[in-house]
Design a protein around this ligand. Structure first.
Ligand SMILES: Nc1ncnc2c1ncn2[C@@H]1O[C@H](COP(=O)(O)OP(=O)(O)OP(=O)(O)O)[C@@H](O)[C@H]1O
Ligand SMILES: [Mg+2]
Ligand SMILES: [Mg+2]
Length: 485
């Protein structure tokens, strides 16, 4: 059996985070009563005229800047003509030959992916090139019921960007990583909430396979409208072997559109693409071409630190590992928490460890997000300093943390209340050492006879006498001095 290569290109639709729709002042509001956020423009009534939403143009330019696209001096809007009830004007306003953004790339920067994802990503620094990003209006949402179909026009006219990749993706896992990074960039830039459960990020998957000995792409099959990142991965893990097996049987694949059934875990045929759709694109006469200079200027001023820049900075500025940095910069609330706590910390690496272990598991246990964390970053910093300064030991630290998480009290307050502060008062420890030496004649004799480990028994006595609060290093020092004399 020859080896096969998969070729994958994604078309991703992302709803922009604007208050109002693309060409009218209707609210963009998820979950509103159907057909309440509508007007003559988004319902396509005769005589209605579109007015461009400048914020949508700005957000698109920002997405392009973050992903390294070029923005041509002018862009324009075109009518994409088709006849379907989800678009009552019988055309969708989109961008055809002069989109807002061209080129660019999505780096699959190593986001601490699970091991089984990691191993199918070609190289750590692989980039997926983009073809273009264009701006259009979303269409209405259809609800297919038993014997009829309902349509909600609230979604019609929502600003939507389509991000088209080159077919650079070579595995289900690379598609997973690509979408994860794209979603992260959209959220970082405040471009979209990119919540797939709300349909704010949707994906068409184009996939073909070919024998590795062939340098011609195979027949492209399109999987329509996937609505979860793991769904895209699972769909490809089904579809790639399906195509390979068909070729192995000697079948000739046809260009077709397939549907992913998430419950049954398989793709099924929707329609065979007879010929390319003729959308009869032409420039929308109601909308003037847009000069992009002010959009680019605005995007430059709004561009945030990129996720992979943040990650690199954490490694160099806070001396945390690549893995820590990837998890800490994964989302903005976690990165803000970390940076606030790390600012005053002597050892930011300790802060990172606490966030990645105890804090995250406590949050998971309480079903809370980090934004709702009852332990403020400054409070975590205080706790970690108490431990790193040797005021309490790490076992006590865990106890204090648990109490902080449930009561919201500060670390020092709890340490005081529980009388945990380690005794570092030399006088008090000396007295306890004398007492322990007097009680341990056998261990003392052994130690003096050269069995140095016997000191541990005496040390244990002192710790017990201090109820675990003596500073162990100091106890060791004092005992050695006393036993030597
Ligand atoms: N042979 C192929 N195998 C896999 N993917 C491909 C192949 N050829 C093109 N693609 C990918 O298909 C995607 C869409 O391609 P393109 O926009 O050219 O056509 P389309 O799907 O007909 O467009 P639309 O769906 O918007 O009408 C791109 O992401 C591209 O990278
Ligand atoms: Mg497309
Ligand atoms: Mg397509």
């Amino acid at each position: 059996m020859p080896d096969y290569i998969a070729t994958i290109g994604l078309e991703v639709h992302v709803q922009l985070k604007t208050r109002t729709k693309m060409f009218c002042s209707c609210a963009v509001e998820y979950g509103a009563e159907p057909n309440t956020n509508v007007c003559p423009v988004c319902l396509g009534l005769p005589g209605a005229l579109p007015v461009m939403n400048d914020e949508a143009l700005r957000l698109t330019a920002l997405a392009g800047l973050m992903l390294g696209c070029e923005t041509p001096v002018t862009c324009k809007f075109d009518r994409k003509n088709y006849f379907y009830p989800d678009m009552p004007k019988n055309y969708q306003i989109s961008q055809y030959d002069l989109p807002l953004c061209l080129g660019g790339a999505v780096p699959l920067h190593d986001l601490a992916y699970p091991k089984d994802v990691q191993k199918n990503i070609a190289t750590k620094d692989k980039k997926i090139r983009l073809t273009r990003i264009h701006l259009e209006e979303d269409v209405a949402k259809s609800f297919h019921m038993e014997s009829s179909t309902g349509i909600d026009y609230n979604r019609a006219g929502t600003p939507l960007v389509e991000i088209v990749s080159e077919p650079d993706i070579a595995s289900a896992e690379e598609a997973f990583a690509y979408l994860t990074v794209l979603q992260q960039v959209m959220i970082y830039g405040g471009i979209s909430d990119a919540d797939m459960e709300k349909g704010q990020l949707r994906c068409d998957v184009n996939v073909s396979v070919r024998p590795s000995t062939s340098d011609k792409w195979g027949t492209k099959i399109e999987l329509k409208n996937l609505n979860s990142i793991s769904g895209v991965r699972r769909a490809l893990l089904f579809e790639i072997p399906r195509q390979i097996e068909a070729l192995e049987r000697g079948e000739v694949l046809q260009q077709e559109t397939r549907r992913w059934d998430d419950v049954r875990g398989e793709t099924t045929l929707m329609r065979i693409k007879e010929s390319a759709h003729d959308y009869r694109y032409f420039p929308d006469p109601d909308l003037l071409p847009v000069k992009t200079a002010h959009l680019i200027e605005d995007a430059v001023s709004r561009k945030p630190e990129l996720p992979w820049e943040k990650r690199a900075r954490y490694v160099s500025e806070y001396a945390v590992t690549e893995y820590d940095a990837a998890v800490l910069s994964n989302d903005l609330p976690t990165s803000r928490y970390f940076e606030t706590a790390a600012k005053g910390a002597k050892k930011p690496k300790s802060i990172a460890n606490w966030i990645l272990n105890d804090l995250q598991s406590a949050l998971a246990g309480a079903s809370k997000s980090i934004a709702e964390c009852p332990v403020a970053p400054e409070a975590l910093d205080e706790l970690v300093n108490l431990i790193d300064d040797g005021k309490i030991n790490s076992r006590q630290g865990k106890e204090v943390f648990a109490e902080m998480f449930t009561s919201g009290k500060g670390a020092a307050v709890i340490v005081k209340e529980k009388g945990m502060e380690q005794v570092s008062d030399t006088g008090a420890i000396e007295a306890l050492c004398d007492q322990a030496i007097a009680n341990s004649a056998k261990a003392v004799a052994e130690y003096k006879a050269g069995k140095l480990a016997a000191i541990n028994a005496i040390k244990g006595q002192v710790m017990k006498l201090s109820k675990g609060q003596a500073n162990p290093a100091l106890v060791g020092e004092i005992l050695e001095k006393k036993l030597a004399s």
